[in-house]
Design a protein around this ligand. Structure first.
Ligand SMILES: CCCCCCCCCCCCC/C=C/[C@@H](O)[C@H](COP(=O)(O)O)NC(=O)CCCCC
Ligand SMILES: Nc1ncnc2c1ncn2[C@@H]1O[C@H](COP(=O)(O)OP(=O)(O)O)[C@@H](O)[C@H]1O
Ligand SMILES: [Ca+2]
Length: 564
């Protein structure tokens, strides 16, 4: 049963649900199997034996998917006794009766493992193992804890956590206290928790904090909070290296992984990297040390560095919508729907010129229907092949745009279940650049509606162009440039009656007002506590357990001997 090179660390017979099982810990798995007569390991408890020969019904949990292990403090014999209060005038019959629970020595331990539920949701499942003696019980816990502390598993031991009490529906403090904190305690992960008091607070702390003392930085909030951590960590790294952010300078990867516990309004980064916006799922990905590297864009206005971004950077419709929504923050996530509807009715387009360098690989494009899933080969190859990709020349599109948007990840969210750019990759060093030309409301609605479905055909419309790019820029054109009608008027209309000639940028939910921008994508610049979205239909070796979720949603660990 243990695979080649997967040496047995410890094994013995243990009872699960009153049935004797042979239980085996290898360097990569915890496995248990109903004991068959003559195959008892009750006396063994030894590290030397051969791995099991598996059969159907045998449970095989990768160590990576063990959330925690703990001794069960069984409370046993009950002995009622009367109040020990002396010299009391209260008649004895009224004195309370105490039940003394005498602690027994631990004879069982529990292993909490990942349970896959529909829609990429993860929960924890507890399996309790009963031992014959206390020593065996303690040895099992020690051995499993030792195996989990293997640095190869990359499990964090301490985390710096920022809670944004004003993000999303303002539930972040409660989400942390009720869902995340108990899980972290169970997994023995230390947390230093800071509740932010103002925008930029997390970034200020990151500038000074002793980051050597933690294994990761986490936010309980939305995309805006994540972007603040991302910017804080890269800025700090550049400062320490004595480098100034210039368009030709390559930003330095932070050493720490970043986590998001979703408690924001859109949570597109969390959705696009885990498949769901569920606090417990994200906390489990952190505890088990999942890691995935994502692309980051650096944004400049001329030579002036503005910020880093990793999800959507958009001008026109999405920028106007964000600006309008900021007045209604009190509405929470609904502010986007209200502002989205208003700006949809306004149907405003802006003159501009977009220049871009195409991703030179012809193998992938924004319409290729190749989803970026956990263990994505395209991302894996991109990590090594950035240099080989020859420079593409610049292409330019001029026009009047209802929206210009670049997606560096799919940007899945509740209203767009596979995202506005469904085939975008997390770590391929490219962004999908979407140009929506001036069009009627009906035409734009058709695009938006398609974004809200799972068909992935939102780009198949005549007023839409989409390119996979490594670098791009945008510059506004004044309302007179290129507009012959206006130029022919004897005098310009009074300033106050002119419609604004330019929009603002929506950068991961934050406003950028400089209209002319230059953007470069940096391949896999930052790592997240996530694994990408698991493909539940055709499981990859990285997610072998997921296939069992399909055939046995109740108990999704690989049953050796094949699937049903
Ligand atoms: C008729 C049905 C309409 C369906 C519209 C479908 C289009 C959805 C596109 C969503 C893009 C989301 C990209 C992510 C943006 C976030 O980074 C940003 C900030 O997030 P947060 O900090 O969590 O608030 N969110 C937005 O800009 C809101 C976009 C809402 C678009 C309507
Ligand atoms: N205590 C605070 N008060 C006000 N703004 C804050 C606070 N803490 C963080 N922020 C800012 O709020 C912005 C949005 O946060 P986010 O968690 O993304 O919520 P939402 O998804 O609702 O936009 C971030 O840019 C962050 O800098
Ligand atoms: Ca990408």
């Amino acid at each position: 049963m243990a695979e080649c090179g997967d040496d047995v660390v410890f094994q013995s017979s243990l009872d699960i649900n009153k049935k004797t099982h042979q239980v085996q810990l290898t360097r990569r798995h915890l496995t248990w199997d109903l004991a068959s007569p003559g195959k008892s390991l009750r006396q063994t408890g030894s590290p030397s034996s051969q791995p099991f020969i598996g059969h159907s019904g045998c449970k095989h949990v990768p160590l990576q998917e063990i959330i925690a292990v703990n001794l069960e403090r069984s409370l046993g014999k009950v002995s009622p006794f009367k109040s020990a209060k002396k010299n009391t005038s209260t008649p004895l019959k009224e004195s309370p009766i105490y039940i003394e629970l005498q602690p027994l020595h631990p004879v069982s331990f529990s292993v909490h493992v990942v349970k896959r539920c529909p829609n990429h949701k993860w929960k924890k499942k507890k399996v309790t193992f009963f031992c014959q003696g206390e020593n065996l019980c303690r040895t099992w816990v020690e051995k499993i804890e030792e195996a989990l502390s293997n640095p190869a598993l990359k499990r964090p031991r301490s985390l710096l956590v920022f809670i944004n009490p004003f993000g999303g529906k303002r539930r972040a403090p409660r989400v942390f206290e009720e869902t995340v904190s108990p899980l972290m305690e169970l997994a023995k992960i230390r947390t230093h928790v800071i509740t932010t008091t103002h925008a930029g607070h997390a970034k200020e702390v990151i500038t000074k904090y002793d980051l050597q003392s933690v294994d990761g930085v986490v936010c309980v909030g939305g995309d805006g909070m994540f972007t603040e951590l991302l910017n804080g960590l890269i800025d700090r790294k550049m400062l320490e290296a004595g480098k100034i952010q210039t368009p030709s300078e390559q930003p330095i990867s932070p050493d720490l992984r970043v986590g998001i516990i979703p408690a924001g309004s859109t949570d597109a980064i969390c959705f696009s990297t885990t498949g769901i916006n569920d606090p417990m799922t994200s906390a489990i990905h952190m505890i088990i040390g999942d890691s995935t590297a994502i692309d980051v864009c650096s944004i400049y206005s001329g030579d002036q560095f503005l910020r880093y971004s990793s999800s959507m950077l958009a001008y026109g419709y999405y920028g106007d919508m964000l600006k309008d929504s900021e007045n209604n923050r009190w509405m929470g996530p609904k502010r986007y729907q209200v502002a989205g509807a208003k700006k949809f009715l306004a149907n405003k387009s802006y003159e501009g010129e977009v220049s871009f360098k195409l991703a030179s690989s012809a193998d992938t494009n924004p319409k290729d229907k190749m989803m970026c899933n956990s263990g994505c080969n395209i991302c894996a190859m991109s990590q090594f092949s950035q240099e080989e990709k020859g420079p593409d020349s610049w292409h330019t599109v001029r026009g009047k745009f209802l929206a210009v948007a670049s997606f560096t990840m799919s940007c899945r969210c509740l209203i767009s279940p596979i995202g506005p750019s469904p085939y975008c990759h997390l770590g391929d060093g490219t962004s999908d650049l979407l140009l929506i030309q001036q069009c009627s409301r009906i035409q734009f609605l058709r695009h938006l509606y398609r974004c809200s479905t799972t068909n992935g055909n939102q780009f198949d419309l005549p007023f839409i162009k989409v390119f996979r790019v490594r670098e791009w820029s945008f510059s506004v054109q004044t309302d007179t440039e290129g507009d012959t009608d206006l130029q022919s008027q004897p005098s310009p209309p009074p300033r106050e009656s002119r419609a604004p000639t330019h929009s603002v940028w929506n950068c991961d939910g934050e406003i950028i007002t400089s209209p002319n921008l230059n953007i470069r994508v940096h391949c896999q610049l930052i790592s997240l506590f996530a694994r990408g979205i698991e493909d539940m239909e055709s499981p990859t070796p990285q997610s072998c357990a997921s296939c069992c979720n399909v055939c046995d949603p109740e108990d999704n660990y690989k049953s050796i001997g094949g699937h049903t």
